[in-house]
Design a protein around this ligand. Structure first.
Ligand SMILES: Cc1ncc(COP(=O)(O)O)c(C=O)c1O
Length: 464
């Protein structure tokens, strides 16, 4: 830490937090006796808390966001310069960074054409849902309005995105949810559905075929969109099985269903390509992104579409309803695209996609080696610097370890100065996946330090 804080200032900050801040996803009873963690500073891959303790951050700001690491002066400067020039104007008008970032972004997304700016992943997803609904109205009076989502996927915390959420613990007690969203089965081979018969073909194709079954049950003329994460994040870091995406794409074409890929976590480098969907040769109609777009230096999210989708919102200028009648106030903040432009320049200049791929392979190798040592690791999965390790009490029955044990592993890593993540209030009974998403700048030493901490933590909690 740079020493700009004195103890009185820090105590005041912690007390004010305890008295007034409502943190996300936390039961606050514990803060009647303990202090919440307050992060005071960050530099590179490291952050410091109120006690001056240094941590190596293996989750890029807790929720896979700070892709280029903390303390980037050039991003701060780009934002400062832009704010002094023009902080905001509503999106009825354009802006310099909004224009330039759209051009740069589209250059990384062959086949895509239009960028709609907004300010959170949930909001970007809602824009895509609204566009799909409006297209349905245009095409067949709204009949083709249903949106399919997948078991274990997550698309946000608003009521509509939770209605499209496949993580039941997130939605419990918040109902009634919105109608018109329909669940399809997950594609996690490690916990393949018992109905799958391996003698009849690959799991990937079978899992995709289950989507077709849902479409046939609902009626293809009622289904307008399919929303999927390229690699499921909080639902357990689920990489798609071989053959899955090819089949999904075929099914969408066959039934004229728009494919919406939620890249809120994978977007902008997390898997080693600009977008997760590019790992699997997918051709989406919508791509939404948020977290890594500006690495958390400013709030920005984007809903990107093809020109064909865009065309449907301007092909009848005589109809007063024939355009996207949506507003995102803070989509007009110029700090977002200014930060995003510089974020992308850094990724290119520092070859961070290549580093992500190489460090991801190293981390995967380290986790596999830990699997040989610790029976409790049932499976490791991931792509690039987006990895997960599923912990089980028994490798044969795959019974998950308890949530208490998961919390102990995380705490033991924290005690060693390494912050890791874990699935949390997500899939009932299956919150048993350790999550890793270090910044794309991670070095070999950083990666080894993270997996060494996990090794020690597993030894302490479960015995070596
Ligand atoms: C895959 C995915 N989609 C959407 C969201 C929602 O993003 P936000 O929290 O910015 O609304 C998240 C957040 O974790 C996510 O992981």
């Amino acid at each position: 830490m740079d020493g700009t804080f004195n103890q009185n200032d820090i105590r005041h900050i912690v007390d004010a937090d305890k008295a007034h801040v409502w943190h996300h996803l936390i039961q606050h009873k514990q803060f009647e006796t303990n202090d919440p963690r307050v992060i005071l500073e960050g530099k590179g891959m490291r952050v410091w808390d109120q006690n001056g303790k240094e941590y190596l951050d293996a989750v890029s700001g807790g929720v896979w966001t700070v892709n280029v690491g903390y303390g980037r002066e050039s991003i701060a400067k780009a934002v400062y310069d832009q704010l002094m020039k023009l902080c905001y104007f509503a999106q009825s008008a354009g802006s310099i960074p909004g224009s330039l970032y759209s051009e740069k972004l589209i250059s990384k997304m062959p086949g895509m054409a239009r960028v709609y700016y907004t300010n959170s992943g949930s909001e970007a997803n809602e824009k895509a849902f609204k566009m799909i609904r409006q297209i349905a109205h245009k095409k067949n009076g709204g009949k083709k309005h249903k949106i399919l989502f997948r078991d274990r996927d997550y698309h946000g915390g608003t009521l509509a995105t939770m209605s499209a959420g496949g993580q039941d613990e997130r939605a419990m007690q918040y109902g009634p949810l919105a109608p018109g969203f329909v669940r399809v089965p997950h594609c996690m081979e490690y916990r393949a559905q018992p109905e799958w018969d391996p003698s009849q073909g690959s799991y990937g194709e079978w899992a995709a075929d289950q989507i077709e079954q849902v479409i046939l049950r609902e009626g293809p003329d009622t289904v307008g969109g399919l929303c999927l994460e390229p690699v499921t994040a909080g639902g357990g870091v689920i990489t798609p099985p071989d053959g899955y995406w090819e089949r999904v794409q075929e099914i969408c074409r066959k039934y004229d269903i728009l494919l919406h890929i939620d890249e809120v976590v994978c977007g902008i480098g997390r898997t080693g390509t600009w977008f997760g969907y590019q790992q699997y040769g997918i051709k989406p109609d919508f791509v939404t992104m948020a977290k890594g777009v500006a690495s958390g230096y400013a709030a920005i999210a984007c809903c990107v579409t093809t020109e064909a989708v865009f065309e449907m919102f301007k092909d009848d200028a005589s109809d007063p309803m024939n355009y996207f009648r949506d507003i995102s106030t803070f989509g007009g903040c110029t700090a977002g695209p200014a930060a995003a432009l510089e974020n992308m320049r850094i990724i290119e200049e520092e070859n961070l996609l290549e580093n992500c791929t190489a460090m991801g392979e190293r981390m995967m190798g380290n986790l596999r080696a830990l699997m040989d040592k610790h029976e409790v690791i049932g499976d490791v999965r991931g792509k690039g610097l987006f990895l997960g390790a599923e912990l089980v009490a028994d490798r044969t029955t795959k019974e998950p370890v308890s949530e208490k044990q998961m919390a102990q592993v995380s705490a033991e890593c924290g005690a060693q100065g390494v912050i890791i993540g874990m699935s949390n209030r997500s899939v009932p009974g299956l919150n048993n996946v350790l999550c890793f998403s270090p910044a794309l700048i991670a070095t070999r030493d950083d990666i080894d330090r993270i997996t060494d901490a996990v090794d020690v933590a597993l030894g302490r909690v479960f015995g070596a």
